[in-house]
Design a protein around this ligand. Structure first.
Ligand SMILES: [Zn+2]
Length: 260
């Protein structure tokens, strides 16, 4: 029981916090004046202030295993490649939570990492990418958020560079609410269409990249990018000009690179 509560709390922390505040408890929120500072990606409530905004976000400032990171200097390793078991799903909900666009799926399959099965719950977007390679950011990064039955979180990140259009994005962008809200998407969504054909990936232990920055995420970032068209990237950027946390110190961690 506690495990599933923990998983759902962490899941919600990945992007649902604003929505929950807006829909579940608007009156509480207004009454609790100490809690009216909402985190953002810039200005006085930006990443450097996340821990001050709410004591629950302490790890954003004091954690030693924070995400994202720069992935250069990775050690080559023979760890098994992630085995995607994503399946095309018709329908889902596209949420604009004020921080990103997030697609919630009911039955989108999952992924196997190091012999353990994880179920895909949602995916969402960052502009520019949060992870960098040799200091270079990509125009977009997609995060596929998975949980295991025992409450572990695995996020698979896919970097996106400019190139051919991604067939998934138009349906998502055209359905997504421009302001905070939720809309049903009836198109076929296939997370597999976001996967590069090269299975090489970076693996490391890190955190949520949004408050409360919990250090509970098994990260996999695919080494090869996929593409989106310049206009698809521009469409997202017009809604979210900057929704990427800066890279964090690696500290005593290693990033492993598997060749797939
Ligand atoms: Zn993310």
């Amino acid at each position: 029981m506690t495990v599933s509560i923990r998983a759902s709390l962490l899941l919600s922390a990945l992007g649902m916090a604003a929505l929950t505040a807006a829909f579940a408890a608007p009156s509480d929120d207004e009454a609790a004046s100490h809690h009216t500072r909402h985190w953002s990606y810039g200005g006085e409530n930006g990443p450097q202030s996340w821990a001050e905004i709410d004591p629950a976000n302490k790890l954003c400032a004091t954690g030693a295993q924070q995400s994202p990171v720069d992935l250069s200097g990775a050690l080559n390793a023979k760890a098994p490649a992630p085995i995607p078991r994503w399946i095309p799903a018709r329908g889902g909900n596209v949420i604009n939570n004020g921080h990103t666009l997030q697609v919630n799926l009911d039955a989108g399959g999952g992924v196997q990492l190091s012999g353990k099965d994880y179920v895909l719950k949602q995916f969402h977007f960052h502009h520019p990418s949060e992870h960098t390679i040799d200091g270079k950011a990509y125009p977009l990064e997609v995060h596929f958020v998975h949980t295991s039955p025992d409450g572990d979180i695995a996020v698979v990140g896919v970097l996106v560079e400019e190139g051919e259009a991604n067939p998934n994005l138009d349906a998502i962008w055209s359905t997504a609410p421009v302001k905070e809200g939720e809309a049903h998407i009836s198109h076929m969504l296939d997370a597999g269409r976001f996967m590069p054909s090269d299975e090489g990936s970076y693996r490391y232990e890190g955190s949520l990249t949004t408050p409360p920055c919990s250090e509970t995420v098994h990260w996999t970032v695919m080494a090869a990018p996929v593409t989106a068209s310049p206009s698809q990237i521009a469409a997202f950027a017009s809604l979210f000009p900057l929704n990427a946390r800066p890279v964090q110190p690696l500290n005593r961690r290693y990033v492993l690179k598997t060749s797939g």
